[in-house]
Design a protein around this ligand. Structure first.
Ligand code: PAF
Length: 281
């Protein structure tokens, strides 16, 4: 496995693979890899001849006052995870390699970014779509892998790939959880032991909402209210949003008519965590 820092080096590698007729999978990440990322890399390596993992904390998707500076970074650890999971190449560019000083072209998703995380992070998805488009152009993969934990991001990237005619299959992969239910996230590392315990309220709310939906509750508001009530009982938790939206259009729904995405963002202390489930009917 190689680690490269320049766009030219990635292009050279991929060109060689293409000459040999090999297929390429891309796993875009911001590093500090956990078992969720590992599952994406393993799947990519089962489904493609070669796998590129991008490891880049993308400044353009962070808003003012967010955790860009403190976002955890550990390339040596990431390299070990990538190697064990079957990656062939890590692309680890500097911000300067990715963005010219006068960079001014963005990819903006106009319709699916308004609800959920888009409300509190208004420029976030513009940053995600921009960097993911650049990574698609740089690595020219056959398939790209994204986790379902960022369900809105996955829906947005699928739409972007369709709208902009990227000839790339976008593969969504299930949420990976800790044994006690907490969804794996690089941001879990910010949590103190007490906060780590309090953070269980997210997956407990997901389990509650999911079981209400599976037992036939059709009123989306009832499900969301029950989840909010449960979270409100945890003193360390502050709800950013709990929302039920159409699984494709991401617009709010009143009725649990599948597919419905029920998603949440909750602050545990200063750490903003997300979780969700999809009701498939
Ligand atoms: O999900 C992430 O880690 C990031 O948003 C992504 C897709 C790697 C873009 O920076």
């Amino acid at each position: 496995m190689k680690i490269v820092e320049t766009i030219a080096e990635v292009r050279k590698e991929v060109k060689e693979w293409r000459k040999q007729g090999l297929s390429v999978g891309l796993v875009p990440t911001m590093g500090f890899l956990h078992e969720g990322h590992q599952s994406l890399i393993e799947r990519a390596s089962r489904e493609n001849d070669r796998v590129v993992v991008s490891d880049f904390v993308n400044p353009v998707q962070f808003g003012p006052g967010e955790d860009l500076a403190s976002y955890p970074r550990d390339l040596a650890r990431d390299a070990a995870v990538c190697e064990a999971a079957g990656a062939d190449l890590i692309f680890h560019p500097s911000p300067e390699e990715m963005y010219f000083p006068d960079f001014s072209t963005y990819v903006n998703m106009e319709s699916l970014s308004e609800e959920l995380c888009g409300k509190t992070r208004p420029t976030h998805f513009r940053g995600v779509c921009t960097v993911v488009s650049k990574l698609f152009h740089i690595t020219a993969p056959d398939r790209a892998y994204f986790g379902q934990k960022d369900a809105q991001q996955l829906a947005i990237i699928k739409r972007m790939a369709r709208d902009l005619n990227f000839d790339i299959e976008i593969v969504g992969c299930p949420i990976v959880r800790e044994a006690d239910g907490l969804a794996k996230s690089s941001r879990n590392t910010y949590l103190s032991p007490e906060e780590r315990q309090a953070a269980l309220v997210l997956s407990q709310a997901v389990a509650l909402g999911q079981s209400m939906a599976e037992q036939g509750e059709k009123d989306a508001e009832k499900i969301v209210s029950a989840m909010k009530e449960l979270i409100a009982k945890e003193p360390m938790a502050r709800i950013d949003y709990v929302q039920a939206v159409d699984g494709v259009s991401m617009s709010p729904v009143r009725e649990m008519k599948a597919p419905v995405l029920v998603a949440m963002a909750v602050y545990i202390g200063k750490t903003r965590l997300i979780d969700n489930f999809i009701y498939e009917g």
